[in-house]
Design a protein around this ligand. Structure first.
Ligand code: CA
Ligand code: CA
Length: 412
């Protein structure tokens, strides 16, 4: 190598180091690595916790698909399209919206779905139990047992998430009934403890004799419906439990201005419709803030920011920079990391992203999925959600390092 090339090499090395310091620090740079495409309106996903490594993807019109060994299985795990009330084409917030596997699924084959059926005022939200086939682990039986139903007065704000907590209870996201501004009833639904709408619900799927009501729910022994765990929510489309701490992270979709992330506590009032995020909503000023729990993070609407899509606290082993931080997105296309560098302190960070094989494009981020190892995936479409092929991509951080064995062991 000639002296000029050596000097040139040193020059560029110094220049690159200088540029790296001069750039504004971007705390998280995400790469999306596509696993499968060809999904139809994917809105939710779950793993079965049975050691199979499969991911189960919910399609809005009523099917559950399986991703196994990195490929989409052709035949659906379950197809209840004929039982679901949803538009055959175009925008809709109804449909098959949630899926959760029983903590003992490997032994009992029980799983649960959340969907809108014909009935009720506009539709009927149904929380129902299904069962895997006795002779095919990739097929479910069509027999259904309904555990809980409630009427939806409008087509929008149906919530949808289902997830089992570390306490073995099934948690349910119920939106405020829809329309706009929580318009139903004198105080809306979010603040009305006599309706299940606008709530986080909690039931015990193992106690049919007790009406599926956990006796330690906050409103069992007094006023308020017994299924309610927390209230004052608008459209808690996606929530998840941190498998490290058990904390319940709920992303609540805002009205016109503010998107928010909450940590849900038993009996907590999360403000809606009195408040949108940390601002007054109704009334628009001098609202009663007493007893309202503020979000741990919020952001304003803007380009690519219209509706929050809740994610997961990353507890995988591969990307140490994400560990213990909440990864989420906006439906409009931006990604975020809610950083937990100090216990109890949450800091919202931008997370600019690209594809592993090219620059970012216009997308719709509908939901996140966590696999059995704690790795995180996102469901999305490139372009409009209702007319583009649905995709499952793994969320990765290029150049990151895996957790050390000691760090990993601390969470097992
Ligand atoms: Ca009660
Ligand atoms: Ca709130």
């Amino acid at each position: 190598m000639g002296i000029h090339r050596i000097l040139l090499s040193i020059f560029f090395t110094v220049l690159i180091a200088h540029l790296a310091q001069a750039q504004p620090m971007t705390d998280y740079e995400i790469e999306l690595d596509d696993i499968v495409t060809g999904l139809s309106q994917p809105v939710a996903g779950a793993n079965a916790g049975d050691g199979s490594g499969r991911l189960f993807i919910v399609e809005q019109k009523g099917r559950i698909r399986i991703v196994q060994d990195g490929a989409l299985v052709t035949d659906p795990f379950l197809d209840i399209s004929s039982r679901v009330r949803v538009n055959s084409s175009g925008y809709d917030e109804r449909g098959l919206l949630g899926l959760a596997f029983h903590p003992d699924y490997a032994e009992n084959g029980r799983f649960f779905v959340n969907y809108t059926a014909p009935g009720g005022q506009n539709a009927l939200s149904v929380i129902a139990e299904y069962h895997v086939s006795a002779n095919d682990p990739n097929r479910a039986d069509m027999e259904e047992t309904r555990l809980l139903t409630y009427s939806q007065p409008e087509g929008n704000h149906n919530g949808g998430q289902l997830a089992f907590g570390p306490d073995g209870m099934l948690y349910i996201a119920a939106g405020d009934g829809g329309g706009a501004g929580d318009q139903h009833g004198p105080i809306g639904n979010g603040q009305n403890l006599d309706t299940l709408l606008g709530k986080n619900l909690r039931i015990n799927v193992n106690d049919a004799n007790g009406g599926f009501i956990p006796r330690d729910n906050p409103f069992v022994d007094g006023d308020g419906m017994d299924e309610i765990w927390a209230y004052g929510l608008r459209n808690p489309w996606r929530f998840s439990f941190d498998r490290g701490t058990g904390a319940l992270f709920c992303a609540d979709v805002g009205q016109n201005r503010i998107e928010e992330i909450n940590i849900i506590e038993k009996g907590g009032n999360y403000g809606w419709r009195v408040m949108e995020g940390s601002d007054c909503y109704n009334p628009s000023s001098n609202c009663d803030r007493s007893g309202k729990i503020l979000p741990i993070a919020e952001y304003a609407h803007g380009a690519n920011r219209i509706s929050v899509t809740g994610g997961y606290v990353y507890r995988g082993s591969v990307f140490s920079s994400l560990h213990g931080n909440y990864v989420f997105a906006d439906y409009g296309g931006d990604m975020f990391v809610l950083e937990n560098a100090t216990p109890g302190v949450w800091t919202l960070k931008e997370a600019p992203w690209r594809y592993s094989d090219g620059p970012a494009s216009a997308v719709s981020f509908s939901s996140f999925v966590e696999d059995e190892e704690g790795e995180v995936y996102v469901l999305y479409t490139r372009g409009g959600f209702f007319n583009s092929p649905g995709r499952l991509a793994r969320v990765t951080v290029p150049g990151d390092t895996p957790l050390s064995a000691g760090e990993w062991d601390a969470y097992q």
